[in-house]
Design a protein around this ligand. Structure first.
Ligand SMILES: O=C(O)c1[nH]c(=O)[nH]c(=O)c1I
Length: 312
């Protein structure tokens, strides 16, 4: 039984990896993920300059998931690029994802030029959905801007590239976004980022639990799985099959991985549950998925990818 997959013709021996932002902020964390059962890793979204991010407390775990307003703290794109290129020299058969995000299209293009100049051979994840930089909108909800960015990106970047999208909640929005995405040679889209600007309250103290933005933050975990599955499947139904889908959101056991693949995901990313359990989770998720596949008579993920059935 194989849980292998491929994205943009790059092969991965496992379809399960980390979500950007979790266990991927420095080379120590990235090395641990690289040596875990995860098929590969994606870095924290790198910006042109390093960033401190928002004041703490900025992350809080609940029984059903998490709320975060990290504020894009990162070592800067150059740091991640240098580290991944060094690692790539040692592990030629492995491929890695680098996440990046600019505050406007000029910055996006500068980030991509750095990646081109470094002769990066992995896959780029352009983050269009950070919900936690005060005063900055989530690009993914501005359709015209997404269209303009993708036009500029694909006029300037030649390597495999995907985008990290926010969750959408309206069928018309799925249609409008799919129409835009289908115009471009995207390697994949990654659905979903956290559900932006949720609010979690400590009843005893009668107060919020994170400091930035009066407690408003991105929601992850069990809360968002139905939304994540819907976004994966809605785009699977609408996109050119050349554009693959990475499923992110609410994955904490083999069943959740199975459901994302059934909805059309070629790869899945784990955030909140990885934060809670640590990198050993990848071995557990892989075994649980294999057990489910065995019970159902599937030998590879292509046997059931996207095969969600509807009621007649
Ligand atoms: O606050 C963050 O750093 C953050 N938090 C998220 O939940 N998603 C994102 O894309 C980012 I860049």
């Amino acid at each position: 039984i194989s849980t292998a997959t491929s994205i943009a013709q790059q092969k991965f021996n496992n379809c399960i990896m980390n979500a950007s932002g979790v266990w991927c902020s420095d080379e120590k964390e990235l090395t641990i993920i690289d040596n875990s059962a995860a098929g590969t890793f994606v870095t924290k979204s790198g910006t042109l300059q390093p960033r401190e991010g928002n004041p703490s407390p900025r992350y809080f775990e609940t029984s059903w998931g998490s709320i975060n307003s990290m504020g894009l703290p990162n070592r800067g794109l150059d740091y991640y690029l240098d580290f991944v290129q060094k690692l790539q020299q040692q592990k030629r058969q492995k491929h890695y994802f680098i996440s990046c995000t600019g505050f406007n299209v000029q910055e996006d293009l500068l980030l991509l030029k750095k990646i081109t100049d470094a002769d990066f051979k992995g896959i780029v994840e352009l983050n269009l959905s950070c919900p936690n930089v005060p005063g900055k909108p989530q690009t993914g909800y501005d359709f015209a801007t997404v269209d303009m960015i993708l036009k500029n990106v694909f006029e300037n970047y030649a390597g495999p590239l995907g985008v990290k999208l926010p969750p959408y909640f309206d069928i018309v929005h799925f249609n409008q976004m799919a129409q835009i995405l289908n115009k471009y040679p995207l390697a994949y889209i990654n659905c979903v980022n956290s559900i932006g600007n949720g609010l979690y309250i400590d009843d005893e103290k009668e107060q919020v639990v994170i400091k930035p933005k009066n407690g408003f933050g991105g929601i992850g975990g069990d809360y968002i799985k139905p939304t994540a599955l819907a976004n994966v499947h809605a785009f699977y139904q609408r996109l050119d099959p050349k554009i693959q889908i990475i499923g992110t959101g609410g994955i904490k056991n083999g069943q959740d991985v199975f459901e994302h693949i059934l909805c059309g995901a070629s790869m899945v990313q784990v955030g909140t549950a990885l934060m809670k359990e640590g990198p050993d989770i990848f071995e557990r998720l892989t075994q649980e998925l294999k057990t489910i596949m065995q019970a159902k008579g599937y030998s590879k993920i292509a046997d059931f990818k996207g095969k969600l059935k509807y009621l007649a």
